[in-house]
Design a protein around this ligand. Sequence first.
Ligand code: PAF
Length: 284
Amino acid sequence: MKVLRSVAEARAFRTASATASIGFVPTMGALHEGHASLIARAVRENDLAVVSIFVNPTQFGPQEDFGAYPRDEPADLAACERLGATMVFAPTVDELYPAGDATRVQPGPIAARLEGAARPGHFVGVATVLTKLFAIVRPDVAYFGQKDFQQLRVVQTVARDLRLAVRIAGCPTVRDPDGLAISSRNRYLSAEHRRSALALSRALRATEEMWSRGERDPAKLREHLKRLAAGPGVGLEYVSVADPLTLDELDRPADRALISLAARVDGTRLIDNVLVGIALEALP
Ligand code: PAF
């Protein structure tokens, strides 16, 4: 497995493997089982699998955890090697944001809702870094987890609008056996706070069951989700029942929905969601 640090080396890698299909998994490191499932799929479905490890400063707000974001490159490289990645691209900040860098990719309204409203500028940073990475790695397919559903939709929309030659594949959320969605930030949680955090996935599961029993009123679904998720130790930021394509809040019964929430548990911000009435693979 190659580990490349410069844009020039990564471009040369792509040029040298021009006829191979490349599956790409962009990450910020601190790899966990969720990333492992994306990397395994990229390895399975393509000639070559490339993983990027880059903690992207432009997607963190001034009060967010950029400095404290977990970093463990030796463990990440070992995981990539074990999973069969061909190349890891791990550039420095100066490589991706050279002196004078001022260009930003501004996604449309899809980026303004939910996480975009809670974290202003976040998706501009995500869309900008991914546009750079796609231009350097030139993958055929890039893989993203459902846990960050809005990120997946923003990237699908940016790739469509900028006519990028990359297919964006959504992959199911990986959960611990008790249902907690796996996230790099879970490592901030004590055992007690982790137990509090379980209220989130349980509330989502119960609301999904309510949907399966035929409830379609978005206000009732939201109310149920809110009541179950707001357990002790959970500071709920939002609950949402939205159109899964536009992420507009539903104001009348629909035949598909993204049911999602965000909460703080002991200062750690967690998000999770379930998709109902439409398969992940059916997203345009
Ligand atoms: O999901 C992440 O880890 C990041 O937002 C991504 C897609 C690697 C862009 O920096």
